[in-house]
Write a protein that binds this ligand. Structure first.
Ligand code: HEC
Ligand code: HEC
Ligand code: HEC
Length: 416
């Protein structure tokens, strides 16, 4: 639900680091206040508030970023403590209602492009800590432009119908039969980190399909893969360490984060504490996913032969003839859930346009994937990806040239 920025500000990175809080509060006598602000800073990282509320290159948290939804763009507001254009004059109750219930200051509904349906799992204390952190920042004076939603989605009251269908308010309740680590992971995934906003399939109205929780979804010209532990379409072949490493560094032996996930890694997961990325991994690895989906039909032998030839010629130098790649440099396509995803949009897009993965503190240099859109036609790209999806023990529906054509024209319209 957001645009993919290519530029990241140094200011934003600095702001999200603890030292900025120390600087902001240097000289403040109240240790208690400092502890709360520091807790709020960390919760805002788990929640990635800065991602949506900052224009790439602009002043952190001052809003103005268009958040792309299937119904139109929604401009994010200014949440710095400016009294007139920000949240400076809001009461604590108003702030809490906005973040956890989707009710704006005037009582009107907030659009679910702001993930209040996930943030509702946080406690009021959590949200007050986030507010304390935001209040410690410099106020920025900046009003927002009008939204561009089409009728009927431009009527805020329509959101009460949406809420009735898709929103369940309420704090996270730990499951006493599960470990503390599992519960922490579930809280972060469902609550602040709102992983389902991108990874859970949506209804036509943009609500979560709860029965397909985290089983992969399409957004902004990308597909976010199944991140349950499903063996064929999900993270089944990844260890918990693989998952945690991916979240921490943006890479592991199987995959590299790009597009909206690169942003989530850069601003949020790579800045999480190690025990939190581990907790997320433990929780995701416990989800069976959809175990009764039928396996795909066998792929035409001619397509496999043509795709195999292109793979050897064009791809194997980096990804390896056995699809094993080179750890942390070139993804092991054999083990990538994205490659085997029911929705191949991201894989197609990456072959067409190439990709440069995220650089993180742990792994600053990001290797690049060349673009083949000008070199291979739609049938050839369909063939090589059908081959990759059905080799080295993998099985996934073949890709049709028409799907490549669709992604080619869809991504041509976007300049991100
Ligand atoms: C996925 C993008 C996204 C994320 C992440 C996000 N927001 Fe928002 N937020 C929005 C959008 C878009 C709106 C405006 C919605 C509308 O106009 O109805 C909004 C509205 C708000 C408002 C209401 C402000 C006003 O002037 O009406 C507050 C307060 C707010 N967000 C705080 C937060 C906090 C705190 C976090 C992190 C815990 C956060 N947001 C994370 C997109 C996001
Ligand atoms: C803003 C949307 C967005 C959010 C939020 C998001 N993801 Fe993703 N994620 C994606 C997209 C798109 C991809 C596919 C692109 C890629 O693999 O680089 C992806 C890929 C992944 C992958 C890699 C799978 C593979 O085989 O390549 C994992 C694991 C993952 N996400 C986990 C998470 C977790 C855990 C969270 C919450 C902490 C999360 N994501 C939040 C959009 C998102
Ligand atoms: C010069 C080395 C190189 C060559 C040649 C290459 N790739 Fe890649 N590929 C990469 C790198 C690096 C990434 C990770 C980049 C990222 O995710 O941003 C990647 C990522 C991918 C991914 C996404 C995997 C995931 O889960 O993140 C797919 C699919 C892919 N390549 C397919 C291909 C195909 C098909 C070919 C041949 C037509 C090919 N690549 C040729 C380097 C290469």
């Amino acid at each position: 639900m957001r645009r993919i920025p290519r530029v990241r500000t140094f200011a934003l990175a600095a702001l999200l680091s603890a030292s900025a809080v120390c600087r902001a509060y240097a000289g403040s006598p109240s240790m208690q206040e400092f502890t709360q602000i520091e807790r709020g800073r960390y919760l805002s990282i788990l929640s990635d508030c800065a991602g949506c509320h900052t224009v790439p290159g602009g002043k952190p948290f001052s809003g103005g970023r268009p958040i792309e939804t299937p119904f139109g763009n929604i401009i994010s507001p200014n949440v710095t403590p400016d009294l007139e254009t920000g949240i400076g004059a809001w009461s604590d109750d108003q702030f809490d209602a906005a973040v956890r219930k989707g009710i704006g200051r005037t009582g009107a509904h907030i659009y679910p492009a702001m993930p209040y349906n996930a943030y509702t799992r946080m406690s009021r204390d959590d949200v007050m800590a986030i507010r304390a952190y935001l209040n410690s920042l410099e106020p920025v004076r900046q009003s927002r432009n009008a939204n561009t939603l089409p009728f009927p989605f431009n009527i805020r009251s329509a959101m009460s119908v949406w809420n009735a269908l898709y929103f369940t308010a309420g704090e996270f309740k730990p499951d006493p039969t599960k470990s503390a680590e599992w519960n922490r992971g579930k809280f972060i995934v469902e609550g602040p980190a709102h992983c389902g906003a991108c990874h859970t399939p949506k209804t036509l109205l943009g609500g979560d399909r709860a029965d397909q929780y985290l089983q992969g979804a399409n957004l902004q010209g990308w597909s976010a893969p199944d991140i349950t532990n499903n063996r064929r379409t999900g993270l089944g072949s990844w260890t918990a360490e693989d998952v945690a490493l991916y979240l921490k560094t943006g890479h592991n032996r199987a995959a590299a984060a790009t597009g909206p996930m690169a942003e989530a890694v850069e601003l949020s997961t790579s800045r999480m504490r190690d025990e939190d990325t581990k907790a997320i991994a433990t929780y995701l690895k416990s989800l069976p996913g959809n175990t009764d989906q039928a396996g795909p039909a066998a792929v035409d032998a001619n397509v496999m032969a043509a795709g195999g030839a292109i793979f050897r010629d064009q791809c194997s130098a980096c990804h390896g003839i056995e699809g094993k790649g080179v750890p942390h440099l070139f993804p092991a396509l054999a083990e990538s859930t994205m490659v085997h995803s029911n929705d191949p949009t991201t894989a197609i897009r990456m072959v067409l346009r190439g990709a440069r993965s995220v650089g993180t503190k742990a792994e600053p240099t990001a290797p690049g994937m060349p673009s083949y859109g000008w070199q291979l036609d739609d049938r050839q790209i369909a063939a090589v990806l059908s081959f990759v999806r059905n080799s080295w023990g993998g099985a996934a529906a073949p890709i049709d040239a028409a799907e490549v054509t669709r992604v080619r024209s869809d991504t041509a319209l976007r300049n991100d």
